[in-house]
Design a protein around this ligand. Structure first.
Ligand SMILES: O=C(O)C(=O)Cc1ccccc1
Length: 271
């Protein structure tokens, strides 16, 4: 007997995350926030899918913050998909009558020029599909989201491809209890913080990658939430944590940081 993996995603049905999750299996479970998707992994689900960064708007802060907080979740994989945003509304609503527009913060940011040009008031929701689900009950309102959401929640597609940049992509991570075994074309994600504020501290960590010819694929920082000027750094680099060279590098980095978390190694889909 084959047991299907249970896949959690940022829902409800009709989000971009749902689109990614449905390529991984068909036992899908919707959760209303990134936090609860992560919690579900130690609570009945095998995998969880969440957005992590967008080519127009950058990091998804809620996901990075949750990766700092949650233990027992590892990055098992990544997927990148093109993102086309659409304006949805209840049947019969005309674009010029839409006053309030609802969506995920990232989607609103990706359509900033469009929202401003059309004099719409932006409102944040936890996902694009949460917005789509709610606009039916709100007069003169629209939601920014997927075409699938229009179908699921019986909405009119008022406008398509409304994102400011046509080339708009989001990277999602697939989370699990364990990361992925080595494949030979892998990437590793870590986060760390530095103890003091001394010249060259960050460079001390980054130069270890340079000296060992390890290519970095991403570097980000987030506030540590312990005061201004205190950061957590997120670094992705090529290689798998079970590789001898990467083990060696990670051991040196441990001596140069006050806190380090290896988020996981997984196949690199971006080259
Ligand atoms: O809200 C959604 O549909 C999500 O999956 C999060 C998101 C929002 C905007 C772009 C990509 C992903």
């Amino acid at each position: 007997m084959c047991i299907k993996p249970k896949i959690a995603f940022l829902g409800p049905k009709g989000t971009f995350t749902h689109e990614v999750a449905s390529t991984l299996g068909d036992d899908l479970r919707a959760f209303c926030s990134v936090d609860v998707v992560m919690d579900s992994i130690n609570n009945g689900c095998d995998f969880g899918v969440v957005p992590i960064e967008n080519s127009t708007e950058g990091q998804v802060g809620t996901t990075l913050d949750a990766l700092v907080q949650k233990n027992n979740v590892k990055i098992y994989g990544e997927r990148v998909i093109p993102i086309n945003q659409n304006l949805l509304s209840s049947k019969g609503t005309k674009k010029e009558n839409i006053v309030d527009v609802y969506s995920h913060a990232q989607a609103l940011a990706q359509c900033q020029a469009y929202v401003t040009k059309n004099n719409m008031n932006p409102h944040f929701t936890l996902s694009t599909a949460a917005a789509a689900k709610s606009v039916k009950k709100i007069n003169n309102s629209g939601a920014i989201g997927t075409l699938k959401a229009a179908e699921l929640y019986d909405l009119e597609i008022v406008d398509t491809n409304i994102q400011d940049l046509k080339n708009n992509e989001t990277r999602f991570v697939i989370l699990s209890r364990e990361d992925h075994p080595i494949t030979g074309n892998d990437k590793t994600s870590i986060l760390f913080s530095l103890s003091d504020d001394k010249p060259g501290d960050l460079n001390g960590v980054l130069s270890i990658f340079a000296a060992n010819e390890i290519n970095l694929t991403k570097i980000e920082s987030r506030p540590s939430k312990k005061g201004l000027g205190k950061y957590i750094f997120f670094v992705d680099f090529e290689g798998h944590r079970s590789d001898e060279m990467i083990k060696y590098i990670l051991n040196i980095i441990k001596t140069k940081t006050s806190f380090i978390k290896i988020l996981g190694s997984y196949p690199n889909t971006m080259i």
